[in-house]
Write a protein that binds this ligand. Structure first.
Ligand code: NAI
Ligand code: MG
Length: 356
């Protein structure tokens, strides 16, 4: 079996990490057997914008629509293109265009990695955030009026639809049911936001009736932010709206040691369109070109992609290789206190995949 993968390295360290991620994916495919990966690389991003005045071609979505999945590096180079233009012109276009309504972000403290939280050991942090990825506070509804006047104002309206809330909440329940602890907490702010978040709570409670075996909890988002820091071990699966999930998952990345470790999937669970797998971090212009970016988030995103494609064994091999490399602690990039290069860490990952 051959899977066609569209690779969009993007900008900055994305360009360095995408080929490294492909090396790890290929090693896992060889070691697990039974399938191979065929890549097509699309050089879209800020350089493309400088040449063509857009982040990707007009028919970009159509071109990508026939692939099994998209493997994405990072987008953004503020010296060349303003960030809101680059993000909306590529990444957000793909998330919305392919209705990738689930943004899946695991927060796992790896062996050998030090959390900035005191007294936390590997195994203590192991939860997943399911972020709504297509509507809510980022729906783009609103506008600005009376420019330059004393009455000048800006409005940004959150849009919560029944279908949009229900599908992502249901996905989170299914995920919670598949995990040993079977716990699902939802982030809300229905004490202050009396239209949208009360609606969200109501839909959550309705869907919960179909999952009596899952233990649920309603947590106000400010309390949830504190909870991520104070008692991350009490979390199993968290479901949140677009904005809340965006903010919470950065805390999730921080408490697990480095942004260079955080992986994510932008998923269309119905598989009508390709899903997209990418590190949580951006293009890191501050370290781009130095060959020291941590490839683990990219590799882990690849593991999530293989898992989603049904190649569970190959995905598990990559995860085990990542754990082995961080546990050993001898080959780590500077963000984890080491002195290794991107290529050296990738070599270590490939060696572990081959040796497992
Ligand atoms: P960033 O995630 O690129 O970098 C934040 C900090 O983390 C930097 O100090 C960077 O060196 C470090 N870092 C990130 N990834 C790392 C890795 N793999 N290994 C070691 N260190 C790593 O976020 P920043 O600086 O706010 O944004 C830079 C650009 O990236 C902007 O243009 C922004 O719009 C874009 N961006 C793109 C995202 C995406 O493609 N999904 C997500 C976040 C930002
Ligand atoms: Mg964010």
């Amino acid at each position: 079996k051959t899977y066609r993968i569209a690779v969009i390295p993007g900008d900055g360290i994305g360009k360095e990490l995408a080929p490294e991620g492909m090396r790890v994916l290929d090693a896992a495919a060889r070691a697990a057997g039974g399938f191979s990966l065929e890549y097509e690389i699309f050089p879209w991003g800020c350089d493309y914008y400088v040449q063509h005045g857009m982040m990707m071609p007009e028919d970009g979505l159509k071109t990508l629509s026939t692939f099994a999945a998209i493997y994405f590096g990072a987008v953004g180079y503020p010296e060349l293109v303003p960030d809101d233009v680059s993000l909306h012109g590529l990444l957000i276009k793909l998330r919305l265009g392919f209705d990738q309504y689930v943004c899946l972000r695991p927060s796992t403290l790896l062996p050998g990695v030090k959390s900035p939280l005191r007294g936390v050991k590997p195994g203590d942090i192991d939860f997943v955030t399911v972020r709504e990825n297509t509507e809510g506070e980022y729906a783009g509804a609103g506008g600005r009026m009376h420019p330059g006047q004393p009455s000048e104002l800006a409005i940004e309206t959150a849009v919560f639809t029944r279908a949009g809330c229900e599908r992502v909440i249901r996905y989170a329940f299914e995920l919670a049911r598949s995990r040993p602890r079977r716990m699902l907490a939802h982030a809300t702010k229905s004490n202050a936001q009396k239209h949208t978040l009360t609606f969200w709570d109501q839909i959550f409670d309705e869907v919960a009736r179909d999952y009596p075996d899952v233990k649920t909890e309603r947590v106000l988002v400010d309390a949830m932010a504190a909870r991520f820091v104070l008692k991350p071990g009490s979390l199993d699966v968290v479901v949140a709206s677009n904005l809340f999930g965006d903010i919470l998952t950065d805390i999730g990345g921080a408490i697990t040691g480095s942004l260079g470790l955080s992986a994510s999937g932008n998923i269309d669970p119905e598989r009508r369109y390709p899903s997209m797998f990418e590190p949580v971090h951006g293009s890191a212009p501050d370290i781009a070109g130095k060959g020291i970016a941590n490839p683990i988030a990219m590799a882990w995103s690849g593991a999530m992609m293989l898992d989603f494609l049904g190649e569970k064994r190959a995905g598990a091999l990559i995860e085990a290789a990542i754990r082995a490399v961080t546990a050993e602690g001898t080959t780590l990039t500077p963000d984890l206190g080491g002195t290794a290069t991107t290529t050296q860490v990738t070599d270590a990952l490939v060696a572990k995949v081959n040796g497992l």
